[in-house]
Design a protein around this ligand. Structure first.
Ligand code: UN1
Length: 511
């Protein structure tokens, strides 16, 4: 369509009336609703959330378990066709999704459009992997008179539990992977962003995923998530969110009766960038602004700790603080806005508590004020501090707060030890013109994604497989070639072919 994007978004949002209710067996269920308000203006209601009940969790898992063998038998190629149709549908009818990303999740338009792109990429990428890995079994060399083949199959019902900070891309990515690998899915979206989740699930169904194969259970972690994970019929969990919640899921999975199943977790980080005296500071400033403050710092990949070599630390701090003056904090519906709101009040309160402590323990370099006109929303001004060591940051700070630590040229080993002591290992940046040093740092650090002389957010599906180590997650990496394998079970078939007249055909997967 030739109608400008902004007009189409306004039109899509004008009707209002968005509802997120449980979708079980392809049917949207009714119930007592509560309003979903916008982080842009807490007094504005974007839609209604109907939480799933315990009985609906039970029913969804039962239907999903019964439907999974048929979905698995369909085979990788046919499932890939459906995922490609889903990708087409996301692209064709983008306005409501972009509108909800802006209004429900508070994303600025550039973030919303790249998130939609990422969701499309996840569908197409996992479709391609499904064709390749789940299309034909792997024939293995063996002795004469015998055939040996490795088959991949879905595990059963996958629980997909997704975060509010990528309510479209990560939500779609988890489900697309689980479905591609031949699993049925019960999805529990973040309670802050259920409306966009319901839009997505309806689209999956229209693209050809049967209602019995994919169910949506909106609600909180305590009421819906915990019950879902505790159900022994759930054969695997894909989770993105906090390290604490991943631990709680692990405990529940360990304590249930029934099979031992995988948890694929993508959690937090304490992400650092090391800038030495050879770095090109103009570029460092640009990359720090992007990595620490854009998306309001609400990415698990975002930069939190900036290690600056003594010789350039003051200059870098001055340049970065000048660049922060240019950041426009504002309504995400305005094109001039760089930094939108924090997702909700509890999240903002955590940030406020953190900066109250920083104001006592650290040196404030820059604070971007929140304009009076934004008081209706959950806004928080970006801040830049200097701290005296990584020990001041015992946990991830999920927002636009950057902390600088100085180091002297002989102290790099200490910097690395300090970072390793956090236990996290998600993203890491290096700015240096010393190639050997940069590659050595990469080799030493136990982190999932390292970026040299560039920003450290926005990993591209199929190009920069994304995910961390240690407290940051289990792997395998989303958007990478090994991701689907963790969603699958392997079956080796060995046949004495002499009994069948000398050879056996490959049993086509789904053929
Ligand atoms: C997250 O923020 O939960 O590279 C993970 C990036 C994104 C991060 C997603 N893939 O910035």
């Amino acid at each position: 369509t030739v109608e400008p994007l902004l007009h189409r978004i306004d039109k899509a949002m004008a009707g209002g009336g968005w509802t997120a209710a449980p979708i079980v067996g392809g049917r949207q269920l009714s119930g007592q609703g509560r309003p979903v308000s916008s982080p842009v203006d807490r007094s504005r209601t974007v839609g209604t959330l109907v939480e799933a009940t315990a009985a609906q969790v039970e029913e969804a898992v039962g239907l999903a378990a019964a439907a999974q063998p048929g979905w698995d038998r369909l085979g990788g190629k046919r499932r890939a066709d459906i995922l490609n149709r889903m990708a087409d549908a996301l692209e064709a009818d983008d306005a409501p999704l972009l509108g909800l990303l802006v209004h429900e999740a508070g994303k600025i338009l550039p973030d919303a459009t790249s998130e939609l792109r990422e969701a499309v990429d996840f569908c197409r990428y996992y479709a391609a992997r499904a064709r390749e890995q789940f299309g034909t079994p792997l024939r293995l060399p063996g002795p004469t008179g015998e055939s040996n083949d490795l088959y991949l199959a879905g595990r059963g019902v996958f629980a997909c539990i997704s975060p509010w900070n990528f309510p479209l891309a990560i939500f779609v990515g988890q489900m697309a992977a689980a479905l591609a690998a031949g699993n049925s899915v019960v999805a529990k979206p973040a309670e802050q962003t259920p409306l966009i989740a319901a839009e997505v699930v309806r689209r999956f169904h229209r693209a050809g995923v049967p209602g019995a194969v994919l169910h949506l259970l909106p609600g909180t972690g305590e009421t819906v998530g915990a019950r879902l994970v505790a159900d022994p019929r759930v054969a695997g969990v894909a989770f993105t969110g906090s390290t604490e919640t991943a631990r709680a899921i692990n405990r529940t999975l360990a304590d249930r009766d029934g099979p031992i199943v995988p948890l694929i977790a993508e959690t937090g980080g304490q992400n650092a960038m090391i800038v030495d005296s050879t770095a090109l500071l103009e570029q460092v400033v640009d990359d720090c602004i992007q990595s620490a403050f854009l998306s309001a710092g609400q990415r698990c990949s975002a930069l939190r700790v900036l290690y600056a070599q003594e010789e350039i630390a003051d200059r870098l701090a001055a340049m970065l603080s000048g660049a922060m003056d240019m950041l426009t904090l504002g309504d995400p519906r305005h094109l001039a806005t760089d930094v939108g709101p924090i997702i909700d009040d509890p999240a903002r309160q955590v940030l406020e508590e953190h900066v109250r402590r920083m104001d006592r323990e650290a040196r404030l370099i820059k604070a971007v004020p929140v304009p009076e006109s934004l008081s209706a929303g959950t806004f928080f001004g970006p801040r830049f501090y200097e701290i005296d060591g990584i020990a001041r940051l015992p946990r991830e700070v999920f927002g636009p707060v950057l902390h600088m630590i100085r180091f002297r040229s002989g102290e790099i080993d200490g910097v690395v030890r300090g970072l390793q002591s956090t236990g996290y290992g998600l993203t890491f940046g290096i700015h240096s013109r010393l190639e050997t040093r940069a590659f050595e740092l990469f080799r030493t650090m136990g982190v999932g994604n390292t970026y040299i002389n560039r920003n450290m957010v926005g990993a591209v599906v199929g190009v920069q497989p994304f995910g961390g180590q240690g407290l940051s997650g289990t792997g395998p990496k989303a958007g990478g070639p090994h991701y689907l394998l963790r969603f699958a079970t392997e079956k080796t078939l060995t046949v004495n072919t002499t009994a069948f007249g000398g050879n056996t055909a490959l049993l086509a997967l789904g053929g």
